[in-house]
Design a protein around this ligand. Structure first.
Ligand code: NAD
Length: 145
């Protein structure tokens, strides 16, 4: 399958690396240095498995800053953008997730968007209503342990 991953932090890059063994994966980030490193098969984050897989496995993985290129043909878009918790405002900043959803709806509204980012309870329902998209789903927490 053609899969796009939005965000190449620990969450997005783990999934992109695993999925790129058997799928055509495009990983999007907004930081050029991260994209360059991944395309040189170097991990921007310290993680033994990600480093090993990038170096040793045959992966169908391209990192890019070009959201349109990545999202326009994807069957699935995994959203792993940051959602930092603001403890002063008692509020999750979901603006990066929404920025990705907006672009996917612009370039490829039929793609299924899988949110891996941490979001508040009820968020998926409210963003589906707000955007009118039935293609937004949530995949709950994984832990390495
Ligand atoms: N579902 C789970 O199992 C699970 C597990 C751990 C963490 N999380 C959540 O996943 C999210 C990501 O965590 P992380 O540790 O990988 O974060 P991170 O901050 O290390 O990585 C996020 C990446 O997204 C990039 N980014 C920001 N805005 C973007 C945009 N508009 N388009 C594309 N890329 C963008 C950043 O440059 C960064 O590289 C957080 O919300 C975190 O809480 C989920």
């Amino acid at each position: 399958m053609k899969i796009a991953v939005a965000g190449t932090g620990y969450v997005g890059l783990s999934l992109a690396t695993l999925l790129a063994q058997h799928n055509e994966v495009k990983a999007v980030d907004i930081i050029p240095e991260k994209v360059e490193l991944i395309n040189k098969k170097l991990s921007p984050i310290q993680d033994d498995y990600i480093e090993k897989y990038l170096a040793e496995k045959e992966l169908n993985l391209v990192a890019t800053l070009d959201a349109e290129l990545a999202y326009k043909d994807a069957e699935f878009v995994i959203i792993a953008a940051p959602t930092n918790y603001d403890s002063k405002k008692n509020f999750f900043d979901t603006s990066a997730v929404e920025a990705v959803i907006k672009l996917v709806m612009e370039y490829n509204p039929n793609a299924i968007m899988v949110i891996k980012s941490t979001i508040p309870v009820g968020y998926t329902k409210s963003i589906r209503e707000k955007t009118g998209s039935k293609n937004i789903i949530f995949s709950p927490e994984f832990l390495r342990e």
